[in-house]
Design a binder for this molecule. Sequence first.
Ligand SMILES: Cc1cc2nc3c(=O)[nH]c(=O)nc-3n(C[C@H](O)[C@H](O)[C@H](O)COP(=O)(O)OP(=O)(O)OC[C@H]3O[C@@H](n4cnc5c(N)ncnc54)[C@H](O)[C@@H]3O)c2cc1C
Length: 408
Amino acid sequence: MAEDIEVAVIGGGPAGLMAAEMLGGEGLAVAVFDRMPTVGRKLLMAGRGGLNLTHSEPLARMLDRYGPAAATLRPMLEAFDNEAVRAWAEGLGQPVFTGSSGRVFPKALKASPLLRAWLARLAGQGVEIHTRHDWQGFGADGALRFRLADGGERQVRPKATVLAMGGASWPRLGADGGWVAPLRAAGIEVRDLAPANAGIDTGWSPAFAERFAGKPLKTVEIGFGDNRQRGDLVITAYGLEGGAIYTLGPAIREVLAQDGKAALRLDLRPDGDARSIAARLAKAFGKGRSRANALRALGLAPQAVAILREVPGGLPAEPLALAALLKAVPLEVSAQQPLARAISTAGGVAFEGLDERLMLKGRPGVFVAGEMLDWEAPTGGYLLQACLATGHRAAQGVSAFLAARHGA
Ligand SMILES: Cc1cc2nc3c(=O)[nH]c(=O)nc-3n(C[C@H](O)[C@H](O)[C@H](O)COP(=O)(O)OP(=O)(O)OC[C@H]3O[C@@H](n4cnc5c(N)ncnc54)[C@H](O)[C@@H]3O)c2cc1C
């Protein structure tokens, strides 16, 4: 027998907890269900990087980061913008600051105090948290079916539900995309999940990978088609990671799907032009310096010089050719890192199947929020910003839905 409850939120990540907070604050009886023994595990993991809560840039610029989903997300980000995120964090006793890149962080530079205060607020509102409840899908009568840790099953039949089960990256933190099959089985359109903010595989030689994995490439530029992105990268055993690559991710993913490979260019000295670099190289050669020494005299780190040696054909002897190579090192990308190792997830529940309050058109009373939805954005605080804003919007939807039901 299914138990009747008022509001169920499935998934205790930032999106689900925001929805629970809004609804609990209205005095509704809210129960959060999560498959893990504790909630907010990915939020805590994000805290290891300082917890980039949002970005300080104006809304119009921020919206650009969401690509094709920007128009859909606009009203949600307007209703719960970066100022709202700051105020919310500060309301939880977590003062924030804006870093030099415009990113916004709590001064504590971690998530645990914020999550603790958040859970205390929810408890004060009477929000119940039921862990070790693994959602399996909808029962024939629309009830929510959970598998319990002891192998048993619990069914609940809420008046309204918020689905906020996250994407499928870092599955050990709880979100693994297991919801895709039950939603598709229920006739809900879900776009295939794909890695977002993922590293690229460049096929380094074993010697290079062994020696330089973990080393940075500071202030370089990655070019792909007409797009150039500047930033710091990190060399890994398989290739490269870093914000500049993540920003190009959607375009790289598209070309990889089509051609099986993608050609990128790496500019190791984005501030210098090839001619002036060549003149400096020629001068160094004139003094009898080797190519490697001449490159180091330009300020290139050993790993940057070694990357040039990874290019078939080796280092050109002629200064202009060497300078040109340094400005556009060809990188053949064979793959992106798999979803499990990506920072976030592209794809998800299609907005076409939802109304403007994030309610499933085919399943009245069921709302969707957070990374489960079909949007993606680069790192920079845009992920949590949209998770919180969609959680906020779904809660408003639930509230209006229940009010209309009671009024009917
Ligand atoms: C290493 C790392 C660092 C990051 N750093 C940042 C950052 O600094 N800034 C930023 O903006 N973003 C960052 N992110 C991304 C951000 O953490 C996520 O976008 C965000 O947590 C997604 O929120 P969500 O609520 O949609 O899902 P999640 O946080 O993934 O929460 C989903 C919840 O649903 C539960 N769940 C899943 N399936 C079921 C099921 N079947 N039944 C019951 N419960 C289920 C999970 O256990 C989980 O608790 C980072 C991500 C990673 C991996």
